[in-house]
Design a protein around this ligand. Sequence first.
Ligand SMILES: C[S@@+](CC[C@H](N)C(=O)[O-])C[C@H]1O[C@@H](n2cnc3c(N)ncnc32)[C@H](O)[C@@H]1O
Length: 300
Amino acid sequence: MGHGKLKKFAENATFRCLLQPDASQVLDKVPGSKELRLRDHAIKGNWGREMFGNDHPIVLELGCGKGDYTIALALRHPEINYIGVDIKGARLWKGAKYATEQALPNVAFLRTRIEFIDAFFGPGEVAEIWLTFSDPQLRGSENARLSSPLFLERYRRFLKPGGIVHLKTDSRYLYEYTFSVVKVNGLQVLAYGSDIYHEGLQAGNSLPDSSDVMNSSPVISSEAEGGVEKSPALDVAVVFEVQTFYEKMFLEMGLPITYLAFCIDHEGPYAFPGEAFDHDYWLEAEGPRRSFSHQPNKKG
Ligand SMILES: C[S@@+](CC[C@H](N)C(=O)[O-])C[C@H]1O[C@@H](n2cnc3c(N)ncnc32)[C@H](O)[C@@H]1O
């Protein structure tokens, strides 16, 4: 491992805003078997008190990389707490260092595999999740996609009723796949667009008038209905005005950026889209994206 990385890891250990649990803190051996099972971490249900010292809403960015989106959101909304989650310590270092130096009270980072995410958050502890330029996992197991039914099931365990998932991606494949999951499960769509900087956003089925969702005018998500708590506003302006590290790179490459916001509420198990999603068609349509590994900077 390079000297630079070692230095970052050493510094990471000093950042109060960065939680880096060992796998042993969230994984137990199943007695009499070689299998491991997930165990709750002590911070679960306690982020407000232990990390932020308040009970403001909590928003996650999963796969936050260097954390610049998490920080940009936190600067825009000081009344909301933001937690960036990633497995790569050298990337998290950048965001955690900035948040520490600037003494940002509403930013934290968690170093973990997203597969373990429900060990860290209790029921109703999170208001929204951002999936920003997630690795699309074009081949292999569908379960590896961060918007698969398996992951939505994990998120539902800790999202508030009416909690929002935002997907922002350059991958048309991942966008269409996620749309299929949303449709087969009858989830409420708040806003969507397959080329947001050229075509803007369309209102989802929850909004009374599609003119409410315009390129830069904030809209408020629907008020609580049937006991559903009100989530923080769906800040549409942020979708256009705040760009992630990877997003800037993809825009320079001329790739369209897609966005989909939906509510996770759903009774019973989530269904897989099956044939409702045309894997071969959207893989083909991915075009130049297919040859791009999503990991251009292995050192990152
Ligand atoms: C393409 S980068 C996007 C980073 C950032 N969101 C952005 O847009 O600039 C994807 C990030 O997700 C992280 N990641 C991917 N799969 C993960 C997983 N299963 N658990 C934790 N982090 C993961 C990677 O380490 C990487 O930093």
